[in-house]
Design a protein around this ligand. Structure first.
Ligand code: ATP
Ligand code: MG
Length: 555
């Protein structure tokens, strides 16, 4: 049959490709099943005006195959077909869950008797059309089912869109809650950090006095072993206190750090050797270093202490043994990338410590970095290990994250800033304090506002054989220097009420350029804010460490 063509072909819209495709998607399928191709052709001709997609099948089996491929709005089914007749085909169609409610219209030339018709309805027909077919009636019957199908599809699409919207809302809400919680957690950590930092700072000054005097006392009673033991026991107690204070300062990001370029390959393999000796045979330890891992800029002693703490946590989580893995690889944090770490964009190295242990509950995971949060029995954990690592990572310009699930092991990821600078020679180990050779010719100017701390420093320096001049503040220290007194080393506190040790040192070195400077501090803030480099002796210090620092400076 010829059809009138439109006079002019309309120009295609710009998205000509997308539009008809979407339209085609919305077209309903009509399945025409008849073994006689002429009948199929005639039916297709009648229905083509509906503008829907017509699919032809030459047998019952073929129809079933088509039904597996897609959904149809309606099936026109010839009753008399060889092999599978229309009724049998309809029964099979009804048996499948997906096509159970598919409208079927039977087409028949001969079966006009009632018995045949009721067999058709039993087989699931929704309508009967007798040949010869009236095109208008057939078209309008099919159109009703097509309309119904389209409405149902529309409802389905809408409810799917609604479901998607609800899911999206839920996702946004969950994300918002997560961010809120993270913020709350960060604020809490900040507040606790300030509190602990303040306490720890005061403790440090007092401990410097206690430890210093105990050291002096121990030496003064060296002929009485009993008294030496007592002094030693007291010293031990004070040192544990100092260790606790150090951890608190570490958490509040105020421990004096001495960052340098650190090669991770060497550090991690030394660490692994140490751990193999200490953790026992039931824990397998492996180190995986990605190729070309960069150097990091951190305090190596603190990094070792962090890794040791993580390894001990892992050991505690694997009482039956397991595997501990240390890994390092380079990481780039991009400006608007999706990094789990809260750090400025730049080049970093990620060190991860993972275990196959018990993992953490949700609550533990949320609170693990809080100081004093521990799930271990009294006396077995202070709950400061991870807090210290958190403070250390943040203070070093990096970050730390934990991934863990109960029963699934734990992975702690430490992100540290990369550096391109070369490695410095390692420092000499501390030696037992005794009068230093040549010390008598050296003059040390000790500046410290806390009289008790100054007292113990001066006594210790004198015991080491140095000539000591003392000053309670920066102003009097400068007066001494302006008088023209010779000074080899300025040993000064960093933070003093009348001015910073850093400014004092600058002025002092202007007056006397050959003079060396050794800073001491229990608080790293001023030191780091001033962007200073130089020698720093963290408080509280042992006499051996003071002796060592001076020997190094005086070279
Ligand atoms: N690798 C791990 N696997 C499972 N749980 C862990 C792991 N590391 C830490 N935890 C959990 O986090 C808590 C806090 O750890 P953190 O290291 O801060 O303190 P601690 O180990 O309990 O005590 P401390 O380290 O001060 O001796 C632990 O008590 C433990 O419940
Ligand atoms: Mg721990």
């Amino acid at each position: 049959m010829m059809r009138a063509q439109p006079a002019a072909i309309p120009t295609e819209p710009p998205d000509a490709e997308a539009a008809p495709a979407a339209e085609a998607d919305r077209r309903a399928g009509i399945l025409i099943v008849d073994d006689d191709p002429r009948n199929r052709l005639a039916l297709a001709e009648i229905l083509s005006d509906l503008g829907e997609e017509l699919v032809q099948a030459g047998s019952g089996e073929d129809a079933l195959r088509q039904l597996l491929r897609r959904d149809f709005a309606v099936v026109l089914l010839d009753v008399n077909m060889p092999v599978l007749d229309g009724y049998e085909t309809a029964a099979l169609i009804r048996r499948r869950q997906r096509s159970r409610n598919l409208p079927i219209i039977f087409l028949t030339a001969y079966s006009k008797d009632d018995a045949q018709i009721s067999r058709g309805y039993l087989a699931g027909a929704v309508d009967y059309v007798f040949k010869p077919i009236d095109p208008v009636i057939l078209r309008s019957k099919v159109a009703v089912f097509v309309e119904l199908f389209k409405k149902t599809e529309e409802v389905k699409r809408k409810s799917e869109a609604e479901r998607q919207l609800q899911l999206e809302n839920l996702r946004v809400e969950t994300e918002r809650r997560k961010i809120e919680q993270q913020l709350f957690q960060a604020q809490k950590m900040e507040a606790v950090g300030q509190l602990t930092g303040g306490i720890a700072h005061d403790f440090n000054n007092m401990l410097t006095v206690v430890i210093g005097h105990l050291n002096l006392l121990k030496r003064a009673v060296k002929n009485d072993p009993k008294l030496v033991d007592r002094a030693q026991a007291a010293l031990q107690g004070a040192m544990s206190c100092a260790e606790l204070t150090r951890r608190l300062l570490a958490f509040s990001r105020q421990q004096p750090l001495q960052p340098k370029a650190v090669e991770l390959g060497a550090l991690l393999s030394t660490m692994a050797d140490l751990l193999r000796r200490t953790l026992g045979e039931s824990i397998a330890i492996d180190v995986k270093l990605a190729p070309n891992v960069a150097r990091v800029f951190v305090d190596p002693a603190q990094l070792e202490s962090a890794l040791l703490n993580l390894a001990l946590n892992a050991r505690d989580a694997m009482p039956e043994g397991g595997r501990l893995r240390l890994m390092a690889e380079n990481r780039i944090v991009r400006p608007h990338g999706r990094s789990p770490f809260d750090v400025p964009p730049g080049a970093y190295v990620e060190i991860s410590v993972s275990d196959t242990g018990t993992g953490m509950s949700e609550e533990t995971l949320r609170r693990a970095f809080e100081p004093f949060y521990t799930t271990k029995p009294v006396g077995q954990g202070t709950g400061l290990g991870l807090s210290m690592i958190y403070g250390f990572a943040k203070q070093s310009g990096g970050d730390v994250r934990i991934e863990s699930q109960a029963g699934e092991g734990t992975n702690v990821r430490l992100l540290l800033p990369k550096t391109d600078s070369a490695i410095e020679a390692p420092a000499l180990p501390a030696e037992a304090p005794s009068p230093q050779p040549g010390a008598a010719e050296r003059v040390i100017l000790a500046v410290e506002d806390d009289a008790a701390v100054r007292g113990v420093a001066v006594t210790t320096l004198r015991e080491l054989g140095y000539n000591v001049i003392e000053a309670p503040d920066a102003v009097s220290a400068l007066e001494i220097l302006r008088e023209g007194r010779h000074v080899d080393v300025l040993f000064t506190d960093v933070a003093m009420p009348d001015g910073s040790g850093v400014d004092l040192a600058r002025e002092a070195q202007r007056l006397n350029p050959t003079m060396r400077v050794l800073y001491t501090s229990g608080y790293s803030t001023d030191w780091q804010e001033a962007g200073m480099s130089g020698d720093l002796l963290p408080k509280p210090y042992h006499d051996a460490e003071l002796a060592d620092a001076l020997r190094r400076i005086l070279g």
